[in-house]
Design a protein around this ligand. Structure first.
Ligand code: BYC
Length: 474
């Protein structure tokens, strides 16, 4: 099968001139399309969707809008333009030239990092594949598909690196990226959160707010890498990632806004009355938030990590926005952690800074998450209610790291397993919460109309009105 790469796969890596790479991608591309057909958005493959496609990395070309059927989306390969003066920005080789090829000793580690990053992209598409049928509006349906095709593009980005720089091992890894599946009992996705089902739109908005934000921070860390093609790939991916978090941020904002309207109409904050009116009570929003935030915290790895220390020392993975730090070697600093003492209380431990890099990144992430909460809480405050959405402690419901399996309150106070069990339904989505949310999931397909549990967005996409026909259903 031969493909006109310049037409079929927009790229700025001169794909047409590299026969070996072309052959590798020619082999992989039909496998990707087969995967998209089988595990991508279910039942919407022939719909015309108003999508943004990147056709180059400059301001003009990175967001070209038009109607596309998803299987015809042009999944392009783009790296930010090289900076000939770029130097290694952290670790033991600080100040030396960045690498255009991978030093042999870091091959396996870099492959593992790229595979882990790549694995999350198709995983999220798989997680979200049923949501099309229950979209609260055509506007939201389009946003879902935009996120999905771009996650597909991000998979292409990692597969390009695997094919171009890792030879046969890379090609095998690229195949396996399509063989593991979210939630599969035998071949699950690598990281926990990407095996959690996303059956409803509240979860989707939480995922795009909290989990895509992990993506932002991990991509920022990899954008610092001494392996220049990886850094440049991630820099460009970050441009697209912003929209995914926007979908989550504005989605939750609209849910809260609608709930406040219903609370005002009914003059009550009684969750049952709000549910009866077809909206989502704020304590339920909080429980979904607790679930997805805590799951996403696990994606940063353990608080103390020798892996993270060696990624940093070797210049493979830096801190997000590394340039904001004064000391890029970080060999003499330490970091104070509060860890469980194994007896129901906590102890302080000073660890070398390099071993704490996961925690440093997680802390920046938590601060970034707070920005949305402040915005949503302002809406609640303005409506005259005392309820506030809060981020639970980073100790709460952890499955990875030092707090894994240690029961705590959402405030982070260690408690017994019995106490946790007794409060579980106050802190995390209960069966009845999930049943209520699922009962609201009815697709709305008339342009401009919204489901009753969510307010309309403030504006449409690309200066189009909210009532624009963002998806033409066949
Ligand atoms: N689930 O030393 P540790 C995105 C494993 S999201 C399961 O603490 P390390 C996106 C870990 O792999 C961003 N296993 O780990 C968002 C390690 O296993 P091995 C994705 C986990 O290496 C939405 C072991 O535990 N990108 O882009 O310091 C939609 C020891 O742990 C988990 C990346 O993740 C977990 N949650 O840090 C679409 C960047 N956490 O190696 C896309 C690449 C840890 O001993 N990955 N483990 O078998 C990394 O940088 C690192 O692998 C991690 C873990 C930060 C994930």
């Amino acid at each position: 099968m031969s493909i006109n790469y310049q037409d079929r796969i927009p790229n700025n890596v001169d794909l047409g001139s590299n026969r070996t790479l072309q052959r590798a991608l020619e082999h992989w591309q039909p496998e990707f399309l087969k995967w998209w057909e089988e595990l991508g958005p279910k039942d919407f493959q022939v719909a015309d969707v108003y999508l943004r496609t990147a056709t180059s990395v400059d301001a003009k070309g990175w967001a070209t809008y038009g109607y596309v059927r998803m299987p015809d989306y042009r999944w392009g390969i783009f790296l930010n333009d090289p900076d000939p003066n770029r130097r290694i920005g952290f670790g033991d080789s600080f100040g030396q030239e960045v690498w255009q090829q991978i030093p042999g000793e870091y091959r396996a580690t870099l492959r593992r990092l790229i595979v882990t990053q790549g694995d999350t992209e198709p995983a999220s598409v798989e997680q979200q594949r049923m949501l099309g049928h229950t979209a609260p509006s055509i506007y939201d349906l389009r946003n879902l598909f935009q996120v999905n095709v771009e996650e597909g593009r991000h998979l292409w980005a990692m597969v390009y690196l695997l094919h171009a720089y890792f030879g046969r091992d890379g090609r095998e890894e690229a195949e396996e990226l399509l063989e593991r599946h979210s939630g599969d009992a035998d071949k699950p996705r690598i990281l926990g959160t990407f095996n959690e089902p996303i059956r409803d739109w509240l979860s989707f908005f939480m995922f795009t707010y909290f989990t895509d934000r992990d993506g932002k921070f991990q991509l920022k860390s990899l954008a610092e890498s001494s392996f220049d093609p990886l850094a440049r790939t991630c820099q460009f991916m970050l441009t697209e990632e912003a929209h995914h978090m926007f979908v989550g941020d504005t989605g939750i904002n609209r849910v809260v806004k609608r709930t406040l309207e219903v609370m005002k109409e009914l003059n009550t904050d009684d969750p049952l009355a709000i549910r009866k009116a077809g909206a989502i009570d704020l304590p339920t929003v909080q429980r979904y938030l607790n679930f997805w935030f805590s799951s996403s915290l696990d994606l940063f790895g353990s608080e103390t990590s020798s892996n993270a220390a060696s990624y940093f020392a070797n210049g493979l993975k830096g801190r997000p926005d590394e340039s904001q730090y004064e000391d890029h070697i970080a060999i003499e600093q330490s970091y104070l952690l509060e860890l469980p003492d194994g007896q129901g209380s906590t102890k302080s431990e000073q660890i070398p800074m390099r071993n704490a890099m996961n925690e440093v990144t997680r802390s920046s992430y938590v601060r970034d998450c707070e920005i949305g909460l402040n915005r949503w809480n302002r809406l609640i405050e303005k409506a005259g209610h005392s309820f506030r959405l809060t981020l639970p402690s980073t100790r709460f419901r952890r499955n990875i790291g030092n707090w894994a399996g240690v029961p705590t309150t959402p405030e982070g106070l260690p408690i017994s397993a019995e106490q946790f069990g007794a409060h579980k339904n106050d802190w995390l989505p209960s069966e009845s919460d999930r049943a209520h949310i699922m009962s609201l999931m009815q697709g709305v397909t008339e342009p401009g109309k919204m489901a009753a549990w969510i307010a309309p967005p403030d504006r449409g996409i690309n200066n189009n009105p909210v009532e624009y026909e963002y998806v033409r259903l066949q």
